[in-house]
Design a binder for this molecule. Structure first.
Ligand code: PEP
Length: 249
């Protein structure tokens, strides 16, 4: 009942010209993909080109961040209202790089998720533990705190529209992928948390993606796990052939 979802996070890579070239190569490679959703989240400056290029395809476009609120004196910020107005469907919230370099915390994640939902964007909310937290045995406690603070306060009808991405920080951009078993254990834990707060039916419907060094050669093993509903892909999403192979897993 959960449609697999493969989403690319381009981070701070690619110009508008690069974006057009990516879609020219990528879209024909995924034109035959059925039974799955795909998205690309480029930098803000590439959104217009990406949205125009992907129009008429099944690839949705998302942003990597947003500011809470609609508009205002907020130099350098972009709101969900603006992202929706140009045709975005998704927005990544609480990526570990935002948490690490820009001080985002659970309260910020929650207010950004609410702002995204208010303007009709589907939030992809990221959670995940640091290496030291995994090694000290506190993975579940960290994820519980992230879920309880940043996600659980959403109203049930809001929660129904979000996607959760489990991204162990030690696996992001390191080439060190979590084993399918490690990821599946955490996904089951998160799904249990969803069930306790929002009920079994919602837990069965919520998509939980894995992120962290997903590549064409490891996506199959991850997607074979019943609790892993897709992937949030950084590095490999920059290459049209690699990301198409992931979408076509
Ligand atoms: C990410 O940026 O969300 C990510 C998972 O990156 P990578 O695939 O490069 O590890």
């Amino acid at each position: 009942m959960r449609t697999p979802f493969l989403a690319g996070n381009w981070k701070m890579y690619k110009t508008p010209t690069d974006t057009q070239a990516f879609f020219d190569a990528f879209l024909p490679l995924v034109a035959g993909a059925t039974g799955r959703d795909a998205a690309i989240c480029p930098p803000y400056i590439d959104l217009h080109v990406a949205i125009a290029a992907a129009a008429g395809s099944k690839v949705g476009i998302g942003a990597q961040n947003l500011a809470a609120g609609k508009e205002g004196a907020m130099t350098g910020e972009i709101s969900g209202y603006m992202l929706k107005a140009i045709g975005c469907r998704y927005v990544i919230i609480g990526h570990s790089e935002r948490r690490q370099y820009f001080g985002e915390n659970e309260a910020g994640v929650l207010s950004k998720a609410r702002a995204a939902l208010e303007y009709g964007l589907a939030p992809i909310v990221c959670v995940g533990e640091l290496l030291a937290e995994r090694e000290s045995g506190s993975t579940e406690a960290v994820l519980a705190a992230q879920f309880d603070g940043g996600i659980a306060p959403l109203a049930p009808e809001q929660f129904a529209k979000i996607v959760i991405a489990y991204e162990p920080v030690w696996a992001i951009g390191t080439g060190k992928v979590a084993t399918p078993e490690q990821a599946a254990d955490v996904h089951a834990f998160i799904r249990g948390r969803v069930a306790a707060k929002f009920g079994d039916a919602q837990a069965a419907a919520t998509r939980i993606l894995y992120g962290g060094s997903v590549k064409p050669d490891n996506v199959e093993g991850l997607m074979a796990k019943p609790d892993i509903d897709g992937a949030l892909v950084g590095g490999a999403s920059l290459d049209p052939n690699a990301f198409a192979a992931i979408v076509n897993f």
